[in-house]
Design a protein around this ligand. Structure first.
Ligand code: CA
Length: 230
């Protein structure tokens, strides 16, 4: 097996940074964090990482300055840039500075993870581009953002997609409402877990056929699990 990929998260919003680190660790990465641009740049220059996740707006040094500093020092670690700004010029500026990919906030975690996978893979083996997950009659492509039920395309909102992707990445695993809330909505405490129930009901309406068991099983008192149809 390969070594666990090492990721450095340079982000001053502590909640975001902690959440990213937790999610990446859950995916088998070694995740470290830095809270400002200067510390982040120093860590990235002093040590070897497989990926840097760099926020645009940082104290001390901006994300763009961090990336420029790295590239100027001939460090070519892949960089995924995060930003709350959506303008095209910003995106171009970030990519010009040497970022490899760009993700506007707020983002769905499955999308982030798909980009992380693509960037850490680019460094290493460089083959396999398939990213689609298939469980039973449902296929989910996190890169193209497409879900199919059999041959039919299912239209999902961003949150529905993120929720389904989270469940489908670990078929049969039971996720509690609060874990799903944390993973899909990302801001603990600001949204009630009842929103998870609501979105599960939306997904069931779109995916389930009447008279057949639901794709998403409720585990009473625990949470939800995605199950292939028998
Ligand atoms: Ca920031």
């Amino acid at each position: 097996m390969d070594e666990m990929p090492r990721v450095l998260i340079i982000e001053d919003e502590e909640k975001m940074s902690r959440m990213l680190a937790r999610v990446l660790r859950g995916e088998g990465h070694i995740a470290e964090t830095a809270g400002d641009g200067r510390t982040g740049l120093r860590r990235a220059l002093d040590d070897t990482f497989d990926l840097l996740i760099v926020d645009w707006m940082l104290p001390e040094r901006s994300g763009v300055q961090v990336v420029r500093g790295l590239r100027a020092a001939d460090v070519h670690t892949p960089v995924l840039m995060l930003t709350a700004r959506g303008q095209v010029e910003d995106r171009v500026e970030g990519l010009d500075a040497g970022a490899d990919d760009y993700l506007p906030k707020p983002f769905a975690l499955p999308e982030l993870l798909a980009r992380v996978r693509a960037l850490t893979r680019r460094q290493g083996e460089g083959t396999s581009t398939e990213a689609a997950i298939r469980v039973g009659d449902v296929t989910l492509d996190p890169v193209r953002h497409v879900v199919r039920l059999g041959d039919e395309r299912v239209d999902l909102t961003a949150k529905e997609f993120a929720l389904l992707a989270t469940l489908m990445q670990r078929p049969g695993q039971v996720f509690s409402r609060s874990v799903l809330l944390d993973t899909v909505w990302g801001v603990p405490g600001e949204v009630s877990t009842s929103v998870v129930e609501l979105y599960v009901s939306y997904l069931r309406k779109k995916l389930d056929r009447s008279g057949e068991p639901s794709h998403i099983r409720t585990v009473r008192g625990v949470g939800y699990t995605f199950e292939p149809q028998p």
